[in-house]
Design a binder for this molecule. Sequence first.
Ligand code: ZN
Length: 167
Amino acid sequence: MADHLALNFCPQCGTPLQDREAHGRWRRYCPTCDRIIFRDPKVAAAVLVEEDGRVLLVRRVFGPAKGHWSLPAGFVEYDEQPTVTAVRECREETGLEVELTGLLDVIPGGELPGEASFTVVYRGRVVGGDLRAGDDAGEVGFFPLEALPPLAFASTRAALERWRVRP
Ligand SMILES: [Zn+2]
């Protein structure tokens, strides 16, 4: 996985970091705190909402793959469960309240700078709300698999392919 953001200073004390071999690989190390600074993966959560054979997609207005379409999704906050993230992001981006009905897949990513390292993709169904684009979504809509708009990420394609094979 590409290392898009270098880690140069200790997040605790601001000392310039060094490299040190620890736990089987080279890692960043703070000589002042005498501790290894572990890098964590960026985790996203998404929801695949189906209605009458069509899938809910949002057009991204910010960040990587701007202008292309993805599932309602966002980064999991450090103190948040991915199920909560998925429901929250869907509400913020599409106006729809969803209930999660299961796990679709966990899909690797991280090809683009700023993209999640992996995405936990749930299945969901609409239980309320009104469809409207909000937050960082330019447009929202339901699309059939045979007429999808330009998709944002390889992980978006992977999730839809996974759903196509086993709806
Ligand atoms: Zn330090």
